[in-house]
Structures are given as C-alpha cells and as structure tokens.
Design a protein around this ligand. Structure first.
Ligand SMILES: *Cc1c(COP(=O)(O)O)cnc(C)c1O
Length: 396
C-alpha cells in the first residue's frame, strides 16, 4: 500500500531530524515584518529579514498596492502568454530594464522561479555550467533542471574558475559553457569578483549569469553589483529578486532584447504559471522608482550596517569579512551559536543562527540583517544585548 510506505518514510525521517536537533520549528510573526516584530506575544528587534530598505511596510507602497487591487482586482487571471500580461507588468519590466541598464527585462513570480526559468531556457545536456561553490540553492536547482554538466569552482577562487573554464572549453565536449555566480553571497556578505569573472568569460567565450538577489537595492548605489563594477554591458543575465530590498515578491531577468524575447517563449514558469498579482506588480514598480530616484534609503542602510558592524567589532566579536550591510557574528561552535541565538531572542533581539551544513563546520554564526528602517536606538539596544550575552557565554 502506497500510503503505508509514505507514512513510514515520513515518520522515520521526521524522527531522525528531531533526534539530531535538526528539525526547524518555524516562528510565526504576529503582524507585519518590520523592524520590531512580535513572536509568541513578545516584541523583538528584527535583525533577520531581507527587507533591506524597509520597503515591505512602506506606507506609499501599501497605498499603491491597495489602489491596484481596486483598479485591477486581486489576480492577474492567467499566465503571461495567454492574457495575464497586464499593462502593469509591461510598465514594471520597462522600469527594471532602465534600472539595470539593459535593453529589456522579464519578470517572474519569484527569484527562485527565475533561476528555474532562465537557466534551462538556454542551457541543456550538451552544455556545461561553472558554478561558484557557495551559490544559492535556487541556482543549484536551476542548473540541475537544465541537465547541463555542473562544474563547481571553489568560492570566489579565480584561479580555480580559470582552470576549470579552460578545461571545459578545451575538452570540446560542450556546445556552450556558462559561468554563474551570486552577486553578493548572503552568508558572509562578500561580493563576487565580477571584473575577474568577466575577464575569464571573455577569454573563453562563456555565457555570464549573475544572480544579484542580495545586491539589488544595496550595492552600486542601489542598482546592484553589476552596476557597482560598471559591467552592465558585459553580463548576459542579470537576475534579481523583488522580495528582498524591493520589499514585495517576484523576480526578474534583465539583459539584451533577444535574450528576453527568447525567455518569453521558452522559459516554463513564464508560460505555465500565473503572472504576478496586480498589487505585487504595482507596489514593485513604485519601489523600483523609489530606489532609482533617491539614494536616501540606500545610504541609511549602509550607515546602519557600518554602525552595527563597528559596535560588534569594538566589543571583540568576529564579524568576518562582509563587504555589505550583512553582518555575520561568527561564534564558531554549533551548539554555542544556537545557544547564543536563543539568548538573543530571550533578551529581545531576533537574529538567527546559521550553522553547518549551511556554512562550514566550526563557523557557526548569527547573521544580522540591519535595514534602513532601524533606528540608532534599536541598534544600540542590539549591541548592548550582544555585549551582555557575549560576556555571559564567554564569547568576548
Ligand atoms: C533569496 C535568493 C533567491 C530567491 O529569491 P525569492 O524572490 O525569495 O524567491 C534567489 N537567488 C538568490 C541568490 C537569493 O539570495
């Protein structure tokens, strides 16, 4: 009986996870995901969202979303290629292309979906993909879906990338070779070495693919990591999410007109999954406009990131080598890291522990995500609580 096999599978595996302390109990946020969140009735300073610019709860964007619901309804009604393409989607894509400095752009239902869509629309089993070892799960899954040969290179190791690119191209086994990287790596906050990657790509005629989910709205004065290095005309695929700094939901690819035209006829989530809702698209459009026209929030984000980093570093914490507002606080031992995070929550700071296998063994950390919306007082409270717990647990 099918049911019995499934039941046994689930029971055994759930129990195994619980026994190893690896079963993740999800915390439910009672209300908006702002700078202060409520969990189990307790108010906490939120250092765990990707809401870099605080736009998820922005008053203007909320009004724009509500207006779009009144005008267009709650759903797009169809997939993009039937009749789910509203004028709102076209407007958003025009703004995204302008924002990213490309000829065109295409939006998807999420950043995850983007990677499912875009990689397999271009790459197949006759091809190879050079992929940074620390790339996001959705990149890994998108690569797998394409059936191309996946060749991982050591994290940001340009010698390794070059060697593997040379081997792949010289082997004559592959029709096309692509290199894929995150723009900003979310666990350490380091930035991809895009100028070197582009150099290598030029040398070996590699297709270039940068997923800048954590860079857009953050680096390059808000325009992202490709812009940060002025490489807009060199990167073939610029991927972004509309759910992190942009504060809503969705994802996009920006690139040359012919690439976007191809994705509109060949990328499966575009063809077979209903378009983003009117409220999401309208709010996203307004958010992009806001980021493009004012550097205020981006500057506030960086100032807050610098402030938190300096505060933790002065206390003697190891904050790694982040080049962005992402502020890891590296504790080391996995159990100690989890205990630290638990104590933070008890004292009023919501910051999650990240441990092996998400990061290498012995580099357990608390990942702090300051945003433009945090006040100096909030960050001061966080730093004071870090000091208290750091001393209590013998970390500093
Ligand atoms: C978060 C993230 C995604 C997923 O984006 P969603 O819009 O949340 O689906 C994709 N790629 C990278 C690199 C990410 O960090």
């Amino acid at each position: 009986m099918l049911e019995k096999i499934l039941d046994r599978f689930l029971e055994e595996n759930l129990q195994a996870l619980r026994d190893q302390g690896l079963y993740n109990e999800i915390d439910v946020v009672e209300g908006a995901n702002g700078t202060i969140i409520q969990i189990k009735g307790k108010e906490l300073i939120n250092l765990s969202s990707n809401n870099y610019l605080g736009l998820a709860t922005n008053e203007k964007l909320k009004r724009v979303a509500v207006d779009a619901v009144h005008e267009y309804g709650v759903g797009a009604g169809a997939v993009r290629t039937i009749n789910g393409t509203l004028d709102l989607h076209v407007e958003l894509e025009r703004k995204l292309a302008e924002f990213k400095g490309t000829e065109a752009a295409i939006s998807y239902q999420s950043g995850f979906n983007c990677n499912m869509a875009a990689i397999s629309a271009v790459m197949d089993k006759h091809d190879a993909i050079l992929s940074d070892q620390l790339n996001h799960a959705s990149i890994i899954d998108g690569c797998r879906l394409s059936k191309a040969k996946i060749i991982a290179y050591n994290h940001s190791d340009m010698d390794d990338l070059k060697r593997k690119a040379e081997d792949a191209v010289n082997s004559g086994q592959y029709k096309k070779v692509m290199v894929i990287t995150d723009g900003v790596f979310s666990m350490d906050g380091d930035i991809a070495k895009l100028p070197e990657i582009i150099e290598i790509a030029k040398q070996f005629d590699l297709i270039t693919y940068v997923d800048d989910a954590h860079g857009s709205g953050v680096t390059g004065k808000g325009k992202g990591t490709v812009k940060h290095f002025s490489l807009e005309s060199e990167v073939d695929f610029q991927i972004g999410t509309l759910s992190k700094a942009v504060g809503v939901v969705g994802g996009y690819v920006a690139g040359k007109r012919n690439l976007i035209d191809w994705l509109k006829v060949r990328s499966r989530p575009f063809l077979f999954s209903t378009a983003l809702t009117p409220a999401d698209v309208a709010a996203t459009s307004a958010a992009i406009e806001l980021i493009a026209n004012s550097s205020e929030l981006v500057e506030k984000l960086w100032a807050n990131g610098d402030y938190l980093k300096a505060g933790l570093k002065d206390l003697g914490f190891n904050i790694g080598n982040s080049e962005t507002p992402i502020t890891p606080c590296i504790i080391g031992d996995e159990k100690l890291t989890q205990q630290f995070s638990k104590r933070l929550i008890e004292e009023g700071v919501y910051a999650k522990s990240i441990v092996f296998p998400t990061v290498p063994k012995g580099t357990g950390r608390i990942r702090n995500m300051p945003t433009a919306a945090h006040t100096k007082e909030m960050l001061d409270s966080c730093i004071a609580i870090y000091e208290k717990i750091g001393k209590e647990l013998g970390v500093i």
